[in-house]
Design a binder for this molecule. Sequence first.
Ligand code: C2E
Ligand code: MG
Ligand code: MG
Ligand code: MG
Length: 279
Amino acid sequence: ISKENGGNVAQFFDDSMRNRFKERLVIENALRAVVDRGGFALYYQPKTQSGIVTSMEALLRWHDPELGSISPATFIPIAEEIGLILPIDEWALVEACKQNKKWQEEGLLRVPVSVNLSAKHFQQDYLSCLIEKALNISGLDPKYLKLEITESVFIKNPAHVAQVIEKIKRLGVLISIDDFGKGYSSLYQLLQLPIDEIKIDRQFISNIDQNERKALLVKSILEIAKGLSLNVVAEGIETEEEKMLVEQIGAHELQGYFFSPPVSHKEMMNLLNIEIRSL
Ligand code: C2E
Ligand code: MG
Ligand code: MG
Ligand code: MG
C-alpha cells in the first residue's frame, strides 16, 4: 500500500470501528491489570424453594475506577480470547468455596454454592486439579460445590469433554447445565452425562404466564428432567406471575430479580436476616 493510499486505507476503518477497537484495547489492558492485582468482587444470588434459600450462585463483579462497572457478559468473552479466563475462574472458584465454608462455620447458612466455569476449561485436563485445589484450600465438603457449565462446552471434542466431566464428578462435586435450552448441544448427548441439574434459560421463563407455548415447553422439560432425577432451576424470575406459574409447573428451585439480584456477601447477610422467605 503506497503512502498516497494511506488516506483511503484509513477510511476503511470508520470512526465507530476505530472507537470500538480502542475501547476493546482499553478493556483488555484494564482486565490484565485487575487480574494481576486481584481486583474482582464475587456477588451472590440466592436460589429459593418455597421462599427458602436453598443455594447461592456466585457471579463476578468488576468495577474499574475509570471505566465504571463492566459486566461479565462483556469481559468474560474477552478474557477467554486473551487467555485470562483461567486465573479469573480460579480466583472465583477459591473465593466462593472459602466464603461458603465461612458461612457454614459461622452457622449462618448451609447450602451449596454454584460457580460458573468457562467452556474453555473443558478442553483441558487441568480442571479436576483446579477444583481439587479449591476444595483443599477452603476445606469445603465437595457436596456443597456445584459447577455451572453451558451447553457450548460440547461444541468441540464432546468425547473429551465427557471424560473431563466424569473426572470432576468423581471428586464429589455437582454439575449443572446453565442456560439450558439456549442451543448448541443435542439433548441426547447432554443427558448421557453425569449431570445433577439443569437451569432453564431465562428466555423460556420471561413472560411465561402470558405464553402458553412457553409454559408447555417448560412443563415438558420438567417431565424429562424429573424422569432423570435432575434438579431443575428456573432462572430469571422477575414477576410474581412468573413465580406462581413456574412454581405450579413444579421447578425445584427459583432464581431471579423477583427474589433478589446478585449482592455482595455483606448484603447477603442482611438479606438472610430480613428473611428472603417472606417474599
Ligand atoms: P449466568 O450464569 O447465566 O448468570 C445469570 C445472569 O443473569 C447474571 O448476569 C445475573 O445477574 C442475571 N440475572 C439474574 N436474575 C435475573 C433476572 O431476573 N432478570 C435478568 N434480566 N437477569 C437476571 P451477570 O452477573 O451479568 O453474568 C452474566 C454471565 O457471565 C453469567 O450468566 C455467566 O455466564 C458469566 N459469569 C459470571 N460470573 C462468572 C464467573 O465467575 N466465571 C465465568 N466463567 N463466567 C461468569
Ligand atoms: Mg450461571
Ligand atoms: Mg444462566
Ligand atoms: Mg442465562
